[in-house]
Design a protein around this ligand. Structure first.
Ligand SMILES: [Zn+2]
Length: 166
């Protein structure tokens, strides 16, 4: 399967498409810094609203963790629990109708449910490990959840201080 990077990258697709592009470069043996240079150019030329550089650095770093030989098939992105929640958070926040997180104290944010009618969750980003009372976060497997990633994405987009780990 050949992936061709689209000429324009709308909000909500940027991380996903640039990660695929990075995976292609890695497959052919590019180093982390070579990948970063490549997706920086693609991001500035193709993104309708360019992603922040630190997000590009995260993409390059995570893709470079894979040895090139393992990338004969596409990167198993779906199995990366943090990346998949992050992509979902970015897609939700790209919808103008999706409610923004509400800051209710210096470190706590109320996050609306994914669909109308559910209960909202209070995410606490204080300290080294962001907390959320939802079952996904409490299972502890990935150290994150959709709600934490929504706060992280939203805070990054709004250039607020993100007090948790990156
Ligand atoms: Zn949660």
């Amino acid at each position: 399967m050949t992936f061709v990077l689209p000429r324009r990258l709308p909000v909500g697709t940027r991380n996903d498409r640039l990660t695929r592009r990075a995976g292609q470069r890695r497959r052919y043996g590019a180093t982390e810094s070579e990948i970063l240079a490549d997706i920086r150019i693609a991001n500035s030329e193709r993104s309708v609203e360019p992603l922040e550089d630190r997000e590009l650095r995260q993409i390059a770093r995570s893709v470079a963790r894979y040895p090139p030989a393992q990338l004969d098939s596409p990167i198993p992105r779906r199995r990366d629990p943090i990346a998949s929640r992050r992509r979902r958070a970015e897609r939700l926040l790209a919808r103008p109708s999706y409610p923004r997180p509400v800051r209710i104290s210096p470190s706590r944010f109320s996050v609306a449910p994914r669909r109308g009618g559910g209960k909202s969750y209070v995410v606490d980003v204080e300290g080294g490990s962001p907390a959320c009372p939802c079952p996904d976060r409490r299972s502890g497997r990935s150290g994150t959840c959709l709600h934490i990633e929504i706060v992280r994405t939203w805070a990054t987009q709004n250039e607020r201080a993100w007090e948790g780990p990156r």
